[in-house]
Design a protein around this ligand. Structure first.
Ligand SMILES: *Cc1c(COP(=O)(O)O)cnc(C)c1O
Length: 367
């Protein structure tokens, strides 16, 4: 990132930009076009609506948390005619609900969902949803900002027409880049869509990308970082990055349950983040604060009305079992210090059981 005084309209930078785009496409595992924007993840969500839809278009929004609410807000801001399928926090929208809503409104142009609803820790069954939506005229728009790198996502095979990612989640670099894949079916929508847009122009961005450039000045430092992060992901292998997150999530679920805590999304827990209910009578903010003050470790509180009720432990990107042993040991100490009965080692033992049972191979480290 320190090398970012590189000029962006040069062959040196074009080489890096092209490699970032093609590596992104490779790790996303898609044949669809991939576009990159200087924006946080929401920028690509906004771009999808403003480029592929028209005012009054009928759409279905799956809303199961704070990020689902963001889709609702964006759809509203652009005047789409949205049918909102809502699930209580901690639960999910089922593929059957989506199918029923599609059957009820055959003119539906799009379905919006979060692959992983980061605010509750729940994951949607985007495979089954995608297969159902593929049989209709609607496009399937998936916010996979924390889904990418934490769950398998067969973009081409499952009919995920637009799939959105962001730099600061499993790609392990700072916030500021949004990216998306876009299917031929979704590109067709751009031909007839009439909503106004300027900065986020998918067609223009595709043309620029093909020439190794971005339409506007790119976030050069972040693109240098992304190119490097993608090299790491390719070396590790995307399936291994995903399996790592899934194992850490499994270990975390086992540990917190062994400690007598309850999962917030027990029905469909995802692997990007595990949301856990604080013990009765304990504010989850206390746990978050003590992690920071005692151990210099950052976990997340709940968002919105979930604040104070739950805490969230992330598994995306550069975490491993050594981190998890430490996090769970810290959690035991914090719970104990705040009056929740803990037999020390119970949670850590649960993580050790998972680690040992899946026979994680020793890492070879050259010293
Ligand atoms: C982090 C995140 C976003 C992106 O939000 P930004 O603040 O725009 O980066 C969107 N959706 C989900 C599910 C997320 O986890």
């Amino acid at each position: 990132m320190m090398a970012s005084d590189i000029h962006h309209r040069t062959e040196d930078f074009r080489k890096i930009y092209r490699s970032a785009l093609s590596d992104l496409k490779e790790v996303m595992g898609t044949s669809h076009d991939v576009l990159l924007f200087a924006a946080s993840g929401t920028g690509a969500m906004d771009a999808t609506v403003s480029n592929l839809f028209s005012k009054g278009d009928k759409v279905i929004v799956c809303c199961a948390g704070k990020f689902g609410e963001r889709w609702v807000d964006i759809a509203k801001a652009y005047g789409l005619d949205a049918t909102v399928l809502s699930a209580p926090y901690g639960e999910v929208i089922t593929p059957a609900q989506v199918e029923a809503a599609l059957a009820q409104e055959p003119a539906t142009k799009g379905v919006f969902v979060q692959a992983s609803e980061t605010s509750t820790g729940a994951a949607h069954d985007v495979e089954a949803m995608g297969r159902a939506i593929a049989r209709t005229g609607a496009i399937f728009v998936v916010d996979a900002i924390t889904g990418l790198g934490t769950m398998p996502l067969d973009i081409d095979g499952w009919g995920l027409d637009v799939l959105i990612g962001g730099s600061q989640k499993a790609f392990m670099i700072p916030p500021g880049l949004a990216f998306m894949s876009i299917s031929p079916k979704a590109w067709k929508f751009s031909e007839t869509a009439t909503l106004p847009h300027f900065y986020f122009n998918l067609k223009k961005e595709k043309k620029s990308g093909d020439a190794g450039e971005s339409s506007w000045t790119p976030a050069t430092s972040l693109i240098l970082a992304l190119a490097e992060a993608l090299r790491y992901v390719k070396q590790l292998g995307m399936p291994n990055l995903i399996e790592n997150a899934q194992l850490l999530a499994r270990g975390t679920r086992a540990a917190v349950q062994a400690l007598g805590l309850e999962l917030f999304s027990p029905g469909s827990p995802g692997s990007s983040v595990t949301a856990v209910k604080a013990p009765a009578g304990m504010d989850s903010g206390v746990i978050v604060k003590e992690f920071r003050n005692r151990f210099g470790a950052i976990i997340a509180n709940g968002q919105g009305s979930m604040k104070g009720q739950i805490f969230r432990i992330a598994h995306l990107g550069y975490f491993d079992f050594a981190d998890l042993f430490a996090v769970i040991a810290g959690l035991e100490i914090i719970l104990h210090a705040n009056g929740h009965p803990v037999k020390f080692g119970t949670g850590v033992a649960a993580v050790e059981e998972i680690y040992s049972s899946v026979a994680v191979k020793p890492k070879t480290v050259s010293v």
